[in-house]
Design a protein around this ligand. Structure first.
Ligand code: ZN
Length: 598
């Protein structure tokens, strides 16, 4: 039984449905199905003919689609959320699968809309989009057409969709079930304990060096026991991606992600190169940390060792207070929205068996508010996690002004509000500390956090690139994946950190590799972008706030490039990305100064 301060903090999903067997779930699905059939009957013939496809018809169709997608979002989110809350419960597993299956059927009925829209020549499509009636849907309609070269015929698309449930989605579920049922037996103070993944990861931050080392060995030992399955899952999914990429004519494994991120490969290439050019910054930090810990060299299990004086335990109610104060200092709207999440139980924070690890924020649609899941373990890192997810939550709430198709942001800017939220909370905490040891702890924590978001995610992305290109040659073995993982990490840690042999399993529990390939570079993008934006906020003061709010309210109504232009950001300029690292250097210099003081 867990006794930390977040025990009992569970979300209230009654805004969605009453229970997993609520009859309105079935009613929603039936209604969606009926609407989708009617939609097909009404619009399929109209859309086939350029003469009958007028702007009025298109708007009617889009509005009806919005209703269907909103409703599907409600059931899908509910099923996903109850399942995340208890992945071991068979009723929830059943519900999740049933909803997934039915949603696919319904989506298949309306799939023709997008496909027919892609079939029109540019000339016809542009003429229709030029009609003022369609202005609100312009970004969506234009975005869809970027997929034109990569779209298959309707029957092919249907087959792929249906086969995915027993194909790639099933492998994804297998991964979730294996990783969330992992139990690590750890001996501590002459007592045997059984820990889940997030609990054992949390021990890597423990002050006791021997315990950290033991936890790390136990973690990799435990993962290696499932190595065969985890390797098989990843290998299969990479091959699946390669096959689908070939069918869809994507030039390389990252191309599809760039397209959905609405970003060009050149911007990403520049960003990643500038990040690698700054690995030396990490080496400087690791050497400083070794000095502070009085070690000749840092071992991997020392990477997250606390330095200075920790503010611990950090209770959940304290976290709430600090976050609300920090948000209030930026803008009263921020505080007001965040307060609702706590007051109305939109957050599931307690740690319990069977619950999904890590943290996420789900923003189903403009008609529904977001929900947050985290595993709060009474430490400062988890305060930052809550701040991060609440940043997403704010974004999800502010962009509810947009209609359904303009609601979601691409991944590249999806992390902006979350990381910005963390910066606000960090600065707020730092400014209120007088004890240099506490300041040291905070600064080191922040730097490590930035490293985890920028450098580590860059490493993760390089690893994926390596894994995809190796899979083109042959099937991936645990040995091969381990070597690629150590290779990508070796460039980052250099000779500043010792990597243990067991670390070759470090890739195996990372959900992004399974559920959303090449997701990780958007963390790099988001963090560096925010470091620069935050600098602007400090320079410009309150006049920055409305520009930033406007960015969040805009949701996904334009491409990131276009949304960022009013803020003066050029993502193709290496100097812009270097600005982010100047900020990191400033934090590091401050820390060097504090640790050198007598
Ligand atoms: Zn996030």
């Amino acid at each position: 039984m867990n006794t930390n301060s977040a025990t009992g903090i569970k979300w209230d999903l009654s805004d969605l449905y009453g229970a997993h067997d609520d009859p309105s779930i079935e009613a929603t699905l039936k209604d969606c199905h009926a609407r989708a059939e009617k939609f097909a009957g009404q619009f399929r013939p109209l859309l086939r003919n350029p003469k009958t496809l007028t702007a009025t018809v298109a708007v009617q169709a889009l509005k009806e689609l919005e209703i269907i997608y909103e409703a599907l979002g409600r059931v899908g989110s509910y099923a996903g959320l109850v399942y995340a809350g208890d992945t071991a419960k068979p009723e929830y597993q059943d519900l999740e699968q049933r909803v997934e299956q039915r949603s696919t059927e319904i989506r298949n009925l309306v799939l023709f809309f997008e496909l027919e829209w892609l079939k029109f020549d540019d000339e016809i499509a542009n003429r229709i989009m030029a009609d003022p009636l369609l202005t609100p849907y312009n970004h969506y309609l234009a975005s869809l057409r970027r997929y034109r070269p990569h779209t298959l015929t309707e029957p092919e698309e249907k087959i792929l969709n249906e086969r995915d449930n027993t194909g790639r989605n099933a492998f994804g579920r297998l991964f979730s079930e294996v990783t969330s049922s992992l139990a690590f037996a750890l001996e501590r103070n002459d007592k045997k304990e059984e820990l889940n993944l997030s609990q054992i990861l949390s021990l890597l931050h423990d002050p006791d060096r021997a315990l950290r080392q033991h936890a790390m060995e136990t973690l990799y030992q435990g993962l290696s026991q499932h190595g065969q399955v985890l390797t098989f899952v990843y290998d299969t999914l990479i091959q699946d991606n390669l096959t689908v990429d070939r069918l869809r004519r994507y030039a390389n494994p990252m191309a599809q992600r760039h397209l959905s991120n609405e970003i060009d490969s050149e911007a990403v290439r520049i960003m990643m190169a500038v990040t690698e050019e700054n690995y030396g910054l990490a080496h400087d930090y690791f050497r400083l940390k070794a000095t502070v810990l009085e070690l000749p060299r840092l071992a991997l299990h020392d990477q997250y060792a606390p330095v200075g004086k920790e503010v611990r335990p950090f209770r959940y109610d304290q976290a709430q207070q600090v976050i609300l104060d920090a948000f209030a200092a930026f803008d009263p709207t921020f505080r007001q929205i965040a307060a609702e999440f706590f007051a109305k139980n939109w957050i599931d924070a307690e740690i319990r068996k069977g619950k999904r690890g890590g943290a996420f924020c789900a923003s189903p649609s403009p008609r529904l508010h977001p929900y947050i899941l985290c595993n709060y373990d009474d430490n400062l890192r988890d305060v930052m996690t809550v701040a991060h997810e609440l940043g997403h939550g704010l974004h999800g709430c502010l962009s509810r002004k947009q209609h359904y198709f303009n609601y979601d942001t691409p991944l590249t800017t999806a992390e902006t509000a979350s990381v910005f939220g963390e910066m606000l909370v960090f600065d707020h905490l730092l400014a209120r500390q007088t004890d240099p040891q506490v300041q040291i702890a905070l600064l080191a924590g922040k730097i490590e956090d930035i490293f985890a978001t920028v450098f580590r995610q860059n490493v993760l992305t390089r690893f994926e690139e390596l894994a995809f290109s190796a899979r083109k040659e042959k099937r991936l073995t645990p040995e091969a994946l381990g070597n690629l993982w150590l290779e990508a990490n070796g460039n980052y840690y250099g000779d500043a950190v010792d990597m243990p042999e067991g670390y070759r399993w470090g890739w195996s529990y990372i959900p992004h590799f399974i559920h959303s390939r090449f997701y990780c570079y958007s963390y790099v993008f988001g963090q560096l972008l925010v470091l620069a934006l935050y600098r602007m906020y400090k320079d410009e003061g309150k006049s920055f706030v409305p520009k930033y709010l406007a960015l969040l309210e805009a949701g996904g109504s334009a491409s990131p490039d276009a949304l960022l232009q009013p803020l003066g950001v050029n993502i193709h300029d290496p100097l812009f990305w270097r600005k982010g690292f100047e900020e990191v250097r400033t934090l590091l210099t401050k820390l060097q100064w504090l640790t050198a003081a007598p």
